[in-house]
Design a protein around this ligand. Structure first.
Ligand SMILES: *[C@@H]1O[C@H](CO)[C@@H](O)[C@H](O)[C@H]1NC(C)=O
Length: 216
């Protein structure tokens, strides 16, 4: 009997930990974000459901190509809870990614979401790196219609390896996945991280860090 209680306690504990690793389940049909509320909570306050309209669950524009005229040659057009208030509490969002020829979506991580991506046009090299100590690179070239998944939290990237434009659509398992772009976070923080600290971390001369910090 005592064994059973211990076993069920462990199972319950394991299930609770599993649930806590993802966004909480909704406790009602929907909770459309109320942008006028000043309430501070995990997520956003709900609009009165009586005032909810179809447009609260709607976004238009993912047919429009993003402007890739920038140093990395890619553009992410997000549709998260910030653009689509009906996503509040639902644990899901979508983005369009445009790539100029040889454009990259630089190494970055989403602290709150797994990402599943499909290529609509072009050839896209994708990759992610496993955590310490292996830091194994898992990479593949995708063609139109191919699908790839980036597990939550892992550093990942994409690159257009074709001579035309490329387009991908990705879904993310959070209403607000967050993005940490490695280069910007490390070399472009405000205020900056001490250059001698980064020189030691990256095992380079401080002048190399100075150059990176002036770029980001
Ligand atoms: C694209 O972005 C570049 C750089 O910001 C800008 O100069 C250009 O006008 C933009 N093009 C369009 C079509 O908006």
């Amino acid at each position: 009997m005592a064994h059973h209680i211990v076993f069920f306690s462990l199972v319950t504990l394991a299930l609770c930990n599993l649930a806590l690793a993802f966004e909480p389940s909704p406790l009602q049909d929907f909770c459309v974000a109320d942008s006028t509320s000043s309430a501070r909570l995990n997520g956003l306050a709900c609009k009165n459901p009586m005032n909810v309209q179809a447009d609260d669950f709607f976004f238009s524009g993912l047919n429009i190509m993003g402007n890739t005229s920038n140093p990395v040659g890619s553009k992410v057009t997000p549709v998260t809870v910030a653009q689509l208030p009906g996503l509040n509490t639902l644990g899901i969002s979508i983005v369009r990614i445009d790539y100029a020829p040889w454009g990259i979506n630089p190494p970055h991580t989403h602290p709150r979401a797994t990402e599943i991506l499909t290529v609509l046009e072009g050839s896209v090299q994708v990759g992610f790196v496993t955590s310490n100590p292996e830091n194994r690179l898992i990479s593949k070239v995708l063609q139109k219609g191919d699908v790839f998944v980036f597990p939550v939290g892992l550093v990942h990237f994409q690159r257009n390896v074709g001579y035309g434009n490329a387009v991908a659509i990705a879904a993310l398992s959070s209403q607000n996945p967050g993005v940490i772009t490695i280069a910007n976070a490390v070399f472009g923080s405000n205020p900056p991280i001490a250059a001698d600290l980064l020189a030691k971390a990256f095992q380079v001369k401080t002048s190399v860090v100075d150059q990176l910090q002036s770029t980001f």
